[in-house]
Design a protein around this ligand. Structure first.
Ligand code: PGA
Length: 251
């Protein structure tokens, strides 16, 4: 099974409706999406229903940034994966490092969210990655292994080939410090190897692994040139139409 290539923009908690609308309009003018590439925008939740209109008549896909582990019920402030489905989301980020560090999200929650999304036919983009301390202490592979392992433990086997992962070293997010293409490729190869052990060859070869962390118009082509990097998860640079379009053109 050929792996899906994905370039996703994580808008985080940025952009008001008028700004989002202008950004998408500019993107639609600038980009030509090649075959085999999925371009996804992930606006903050309240913009999602508006964004569905903005992307109309384009091949840009819609994603969310977070969801609940449950389908419905007394979970004040949460967003149901079922609602995301109805609102047109094809993708949803889970376990972003900001969710983990600022909102106490743990590996188990990440795995349950991934399962909840898969049960609604939404592709989870499971983020993982080490902190600077962990890298300097040489424990980064153990951290990554634990994060990836938890997902396979909690996601039913029928969903394994539909998982997407994103390697986002915490020290590279929003810092302007990118992992070098070789550094990222090495981690992606390690993770694919672990997926092979956990889930077998077919799943490992089908799983897209994106890189995220200060990806931009200048470094995108080199990162995408690595054999194990199947796409990019872009934060800051996805907020500027010219930059995001340039990244998409690098594919
Ligand atoms: P950045 O963010 O591209 O601004 O580093 C990436 C992310 O957090 O997904």
């Amino acid at each position: 099974m050929a792996r899906k290539s994905i370039i996703a923009g994580n808008w985080k908690m940025n952009l008001l409706p008028s700004e989002g609308e202008t950004l998408v309009a500019e993107l639609k003018e600038r980009i030509r999406i090649k075959e085999n590439l999925e371009v996804v925008i992930c606006p903050q939740m309240a913009l999602v229903p508006l964004a569905l209109d903005w992307i109309y008549d384009s091949s840009i896909q819609l994603g969310a940034q977070n969801c609940a582990t449950e389908r419905a019920g007394a979970f004040t402030g949460e967003t149901s994966p079922e609602l995301l489905k109805v609102l047109g989301c094809r993708y949803c980020l889970v376990g972003h490092s900001e969710r983990r560090s600022l909102f106490g999200e743990v590996d188990t929650t990440v795995g349950l969210k991934a399962q909840a999304l898969l049960s609604m036919g939404i592709t989870p983009v499971v983020c993982f990655g080490e902190t600077l301390d962990q890298r300097e202490a040489g424990t980064h592979l153990t951290t990554i292994d634990t994060q990836v392992n938890a997902v396979f433990k909690l996601v039913e086997q029928t969903g394994w080939t539909r998982l997407v992962f994103a390697y986002e070293p915490v020290w590279a997010i929003g810092t302007g410090k990118t992992a070098t293409p070789a550094q990222a490729n090495e981690i992606h190869r390690f993770v694919r190897g672990r997926i092979k052990e956990l889930a077998g060859d077919i799943v490992a070869n089908a799983t897209s692994i994106l890189y995220g962390g200060s990806a931009n118009a200048t470094n995108a082509a080199d990162l995408l040139g690595e054999p194990e990097i199947d796409g990019l998860l872009v934060g800051g640079a996805s907020l500027k139409a010219a930059d995001f379009a340039q990244i998409i053109a690098s594919f």
